[in-house]
Write a protein that binds this ligand. Structure first.
Ligand SMILES: Nc1ncnc2c1ncn2[C@@H]1O[C@H](COP(=O)(O)OP(=O)(O)OP(=O)(O)O)[C@@H](O)[C@H]1O
Length: 234
C-alpha cells in the first residue's frame, strides 16, 4: 500500500515532539487530547508552520521543500482560527493561493452549500459559515492529505455530521488521508479509522478507535470515564 505520510523527529521550538508518525494508504485519523496536549502543535509541525523541525514526506515527496503549488497537492491545512476579516468574497477565499481549477473550486463550494454565496463577503458571514468557506478551500485543493484543526468547532450539529460524512467519503472514495483534531471523543471514535490520543506533546495511544476508547488511556489522560449516562469525571 502507498505510504501516504511519513514523519520523523517533529519538534517545534524544542518544546514538543512526535518521534514517528506514518499513514499507510487512505485513512481518517482522529487526533484527540486535553487542552494543551499538542494537537495543534503536531498539525503545525506536519504543515511546516512556525519553526518546526523534522522530516515530513507526503506521498514520498518532501513537504517542507516542495514549491507552494506542489505543497497544495500534498496537503491542505485548516487552522483552528477562523478569523477572516478581509473584504474578500467566498469564492476569492476558496481559491486563495491554490492552483486548483475553477471546477474544483465550484465542486467544493457546492459540497459545502456555498454556491449561492460565492459573491458574498466573508467578513460578513457567521463563524460557522466562515468555517465552511475554509473547509471548501481545504477540499478544493484535492490534496493527498488533509490536516484539519478542530473543523467541527462552530459548526451546527447537522454540519458536524455532514462534515464527518464528507470526510469519510473523501477518504474512502477519493483516496485522501486526513488527520483531524477533535474534542468530541464519540464523534471521533464513530468516524475514524484510527484514533490517536495526545498527552504532553506525545502520542499516548494510537490504534483502532473502539479499542483505544475502551482502553485505560482515556481515564488516565482525560480524567473521565464512560458510564451509562455518558462521560463523567473519573
Ligand atoms: N507559540 C507557542 N509558544 C510556546 N508554547 C506554545 C505555543 N503554542 C502553544 N504552546 C504550548 O504548547 C502546548 C501545546 O499546545 P497546543 O496548542 O498544541 O495544544 P492543543 O492540544 O492543540 O490544545 P487545545 O485543545 O487547547 O487547542 C501548550 O502547553 C501550549 O501552552
Amino acid at each position: 500500500m502507498t505510504r501516504l505520510l511519513d514523519a520523523q523527529g517533529l519538534e517545534i521550538a524544542g518544546r514538543l515532539a512526535a518521534t514517528d508518525l506514518a499513514i499507510i494508504g487512505p485513512q481518517l485519523v482522529c487526533l484527540v487530547g486535553p487542552n494543551g496536549s499538542g494537537k495543534t502543535s503536531l498539525l503545525h509541525a506536519l504543515a511546516g508552520i512556525g519553526s518546526a523541525s523534522g522530516t515530513v514526506r507526503i506521498g514520498g515527496a518532501d513537504a517542507r521543500t516542495a514549491s507552494p503549488s506542489v505543497r497544495h497537492r500534498l496537503f491542505s491545512y485548516l487552522p483552528a482560527n477562523r478569523e477572516l476579516l478581509w473584504p474578500l468574497t467566498v469564492r476569492d477565499v476558496a481559491r486563495l493561493g491554490l492552483a486548483a481549477l475553477e471546477n474544483e473550486i465550484d465542486a467544493a463550494l457546492e459540497t459545502f452549500e456555498l454556491t449561492g454565496w460565492a459573491d458574498r463577503r466573508v467578513d460578513r458571514l457567521s463563524t460557522g459559515e466562515r468555517s465552511r468557506v475554509l473547509l471548501a478551500r481545504a477540499f478544493a485543493a484535492r490534496s493527498a492529505l488533509l490536516l484539519l484543526d478542530e473543523p467541527i468547532a462552530n459548526l451546527d450539529p447537522l454540519w458536524q455530521l455532514r462534515l464527518m460524512d464528507i470526510l469519510r467519503r473523501s477518504v474512502s472514495a477519493g483516496g485522501q488521508g486526513a488527520i483531524v483534531a477533535l474534542h468530541d471523543l464519540d464523534l471521533a471514535a464513530r468516524h475514524a479509522d484510527r484514533l490517536i490520543i495526545m498527552k504532553n506533546g506525545r502520542i499516548a495511544a494510537d490504534g483502532d478507535p473502539a479499542e483505544v476508547i475502551a482502553g485505560p488511556c482515556i481515564p488516565a489522560v482525560f480524567g473521565i470515564q464512560r458510564t451509562r449516562e455518558g462521560w463523567r469525571p473519573a
